[in-house]
Design a protein around this ligand. Structure first.
Ligand code: COI
Length: 356
């Protein structure tokens, strides 16, 4: 987008005022894209630093057909959320963690990245400019989608000569159509999400294209999503297409360790801390697929899914169910603790909330 005439002035936060909301059906937002008013764009050339980012009216962007992102998938994305607190103020959940993760991913993908400060400033500007799209308390959140892409033209395989950092937002409700009801997963035994030494541990766009085939097949059979196994032993749990996985047995909560093939989820990391603060023993380790058989509960975590309880898992034709397919006690407890923090209903002892 070259049209700087559309750049808008900096917005300021409002609090304790009647909400000026966009006119949509706030009771029925799922996880579909709803265009909003503004997006943020900042560019830089290879070898230089990002600068002069600004807000633009939301709209399509122009790219060369030869852009690195289109031809060779040189791109990363992030996901975080803004919540509206009961007093009208706006809360971000751990945005610095997304800034750090983007920088780590950019290094892996040979891309320059915005500084942590630039990232935070850009997120705040974009959220405030789209304030009327932040759902009322309890109705959902504003999903913030930063993108970092090789936007310059290349033909031979090489890092692109120019990069674009863009943020757009969309109001969202529940990720899975089940809402908060338990989801049904199938363990994928043929296809894999990531391989050792690959890019499974960073949020590159290609990781998500790679899961579509197994996910579509699973959905066609009535499952909510796919649980992946490691590609070497085909025995250890990795993650679900769009989220991390946790297995509960008694007081012990286990989750696959971060070892390069698993996305280091910010909700994952937060749940580990919240669970430990509540007296659970949390283990980050190799978790075998067999452990699903005698688990008390299984749940998924992610920015988009928050905490999603799992009602059943099907593996090699056998179906294991959890919690009589209702929400398990531990999943419910952790969900309530996390969302109370995110929505500003509980004291933020961890220092995770950024209030705008
Ligand atoms: C998120 O949870 O924010 C993600 O990036 C996953 C995406 C597939 C919606």
């Amino acid at each position: 987008v070259n049209d700087t005439a559309n750049a808008v002035p900096v917005a300021t936060p409002t609090s304790n005022v009647a909400l000026d909301l966009a006119e949509i059906d706030w009771d029925n937002i799922g996880f579909g894209f709803i265009p909003t008013d503004y997006m943020y764009i900042m560019k830089c050339s290879q070898g230089e630093n990002f600068s002069n980012g600004e807000l633009h009216r939301f709209g399509n962007i122009e790219l060369s057909p030869s852009a690195g992102i289109l031809n060779y998938g040189q791109g990363l994305f992030e996901g975080l959320k803004a919540y509206r607190k009961h007093d009208g103020n706006i809360l971000l959940f751990r945005p610095k963690e997304n800034a750090f993760r983007l920088r780590t991913g950019a290094e892996r993908m040979c891309m320059p990245s915005p500084s942590v400060e630039q990232f935070l400033e850009a997120v705040k500007l974009t959220v405030l400019a789209n304030e009327r799209w932040i759902p009322p308390p309890g109705k959902g959140s504003l999903y913030i989608r930063p993108l970092l892409m090789g936007s310059g033209a290349v033909l031979g395989l090489a890092p692109a000569p120019e990069y674009t950092f863009l943020i757009y937002v969309s109001p969202v409700g529940n990720y899975f159509k089940e809402g908060l009801a338990p989801i049904n997963l199938i363990v994928e035994t043929e296809m894999h999400r990531a391989t050792p030494g690959g890019t499974g541990g960073v949020k590159t766009i290609g990781n998500y294209a790679a899961v579509l085939k197994a996910q579509s097949a699973a959905k066609a059979k009535g499952f909510s999503d796919v649980l992946y196994l490691d590609s070497v032993h085909k025995r250890y749990l990795e993650e679900v297409s769009s989220c991390n996985v946790f297995v509960v047995k008694g007081n012990v909560i286990s989750t696959p360790a971060i070892k390069g093939t698993i996305l280091p989820g910010i909700t994952r990391k937060s749940i580990i801390d919240v669970a430990r603060s509540q007296g659970f023993q949390v283990e980050e380790r190799f978790v075998t697929v067999d452990e699903l058989l005698d688990a008390d509960e299984v749940f998924c975590t992610g920015t988009a899914v928050v905490i999603s309880p799992v009602g059943s898992i099907t593996y090699l034709g056998k179906r294991v169910t959890y919690g009589s397919e209702g929400v398990g006690v531990v999943s419910q407890q952790l969900y309530s603790s996390l969302t109370s923090l995110q929505m500003g209903r509980a004291e933020d002892k961890m220092g995770w909330i950024v209030e705008l």
